[in-house]
Write a protein of this length. Structure first.
Length: 419
């Protein structure tokens, strides 16, 4: 890797195809033509002098001034310029600028006078609005994806999809720009965040809170101690298990949490989280219905009319549908959701959210969330089985097969009786 001056000793600017801009304390990755880490502003006109420049490597740990320069530099480059950070994550210059617009809008929404706790809480909550969890590994037999670019920070902001380490990278990047130091905690299978705030270190997991924040509920994974976090996932997961747990961790109790979120405009005046879907369910529960099918239809109609934007976040919507069914009074053991694919979709490109209720009067129907019409399409279970399947890597037996077999057995018994 050469400095700008060293490069010019043996080359002309027409030979410059890649450049790396670093923060002063960062080391070069050694694969780009030129590496620059100081006096960045004097290179702002370089794109007009280097017509073949096609790749810009940047830091993910910059400050506000750093990214202001990068934005202006990229705007001066050719439209087909590529961006890179951390060696493996790429995006187009256009995607970078779009991602920067989103980040800058978040920063503008915050008050400079806010405490660090307020800033961390706001960024934590904002992730639910911006990002839907889209895993690239087997997730409880329910979801798969292999696209590396889902982890790309700026690109994922434009697409609205990411995974745990990408989400924490976005948070860390934004917080760095507004004066809050943080670092990623990793168990090896999951990433979450530790931020330096007033009084100590604050643990937060925006990924596990995506559905809560998207649907304006109370965060469940913000301001817990490490012991509380591990206790909360006991018997469910080892995702937060760390060999070296963080020290000097501050606990945010319920009152302080509500006070913080009230102060940044998230809750009402009494510190209550809005959670509009809960109130809609309460309205449905207060009415008398002839049967559960009628009650379910009322909920699905309400949901697709009032939560259209949220519904596009499929992973979080799957969670909220399960919560909603239970709140409607349906036995949680009879509620099944699954991501499925049309059998013509050989490469698993379009996942579809399916909902099934195992109650006797409902078990022969599958409800499919149709994002194009924003409706839940009802389809008879046998017909559903003909048209849809789970992911090609999912080797488990689809849960709905059980209900088809049970119905077939009952039909055979009825035929025998008739004979």
């Amino acid at each position: 890797m050469a400095t700008y001056e060293e490069f010019l000793e043996n080359h002309s600017l027409e030979d410059l195809k890649s450049i790396e801009f670093l923060m002063p304390d960062e080391k070069s990755s050694l694969i780009w033509n030129v590496s620059i880490s100081d006096d960045l502003d004097k290179y702002i006109d370089l794109p007009s002098k280097a017509p073949n420049l096609n790749t810009i490597a940047i830091s993910e740990n910059g400050n506000q001034d750093y990214y202001k320069f990068i934005r202006n530099f990229v705007k001066n480059c050719n439209e087909d310029v590529r961006m890179n950070y951390s060696m493996i994550y790429g995006m187009s210059g256009k995607e970078f600028l779009q991602g920067e617009e989103i980040i800058e809008s978040i920063i503008k929404e915050m008050d400079d006078k806010w405490t660090k706790k307020q800033k961390v809480s706001y960024v934590h909550y904002k992730m639910g609005e911006l990002i839907s969890y889209y895993p690239d590994f087997v997730f409880d037999g329910k979801d798969f994806n292999t696209a590396l670019n889902k982890r790309s920070m700026w690109k994922s902001l434009t697409k609205g999809l990411n995974v745990c380490n990408g989400i924490t990278s976005i948070e860390k990047n934004i917080l760095k720009r507004i004066g809050v130091d943080s670092r990623v905690l990793s168990s090896g299978t999951h990433a979450f965040l530790l931020s330096e705030v007033e009084g100590g270190n604050l643990i937060s997991d925006a990924t596990w809170d995506l559905s809560s924040s998207l649907y304006q509920g109370k965060p469940q994974y913000f301001g817990l101690t490490y012991k509380e976090l591990r206790e909360k996932e006991k018997g469910i997961s080892e995702s937060h298990r760390l060999e070296n747990p963080p020290e000097n961790v501050v606990k945010i109790d319920d009152k302080e949490l509500r006070d913080i979120y009230k102060s940044i405009g998230i809750t009402d005046e009494n510190g209550n989280f809005k959670m509009p879907i809960y109130h809609e369910i309460q309205k449905i529960n207060s009415r008398t219905w002839e049967n559960n099918q009628e009650k379910l239809n009322a909920f699905l109609k309400m949901f697709t009319e009032k939560f259209q934007k949220e519904a596009t976040h499929l992973s979080e919507t799957r969670e909220i549908l399960e919560y909603s069914m239970i709140t409607l009074g349906i036995d949680k053991n009879l509620v099944n959701t699954r991501f499925v694919y049309n059998k013509d979709d050989k490469n698993n490109q379009k996942k579809i959210l399916a909902l099934h209720i195992g109650e006797k009067e409902l078990e022969n129907t599958m409800h499919i969330l149709n994002l194009e019409t924003m409706n839940f399409d009802k389809i008879e279970l046998r017909e559903f089985d003909k048209q849809y399947r789970t992911h090609t890597l999912d080797t488990t037996t689809p849960f709905w097969k059980k209900y088809i077999k049970e119905n077939e057995l009952e039909e055979n018994v009825d035929k025998d009786r008739e004979e």
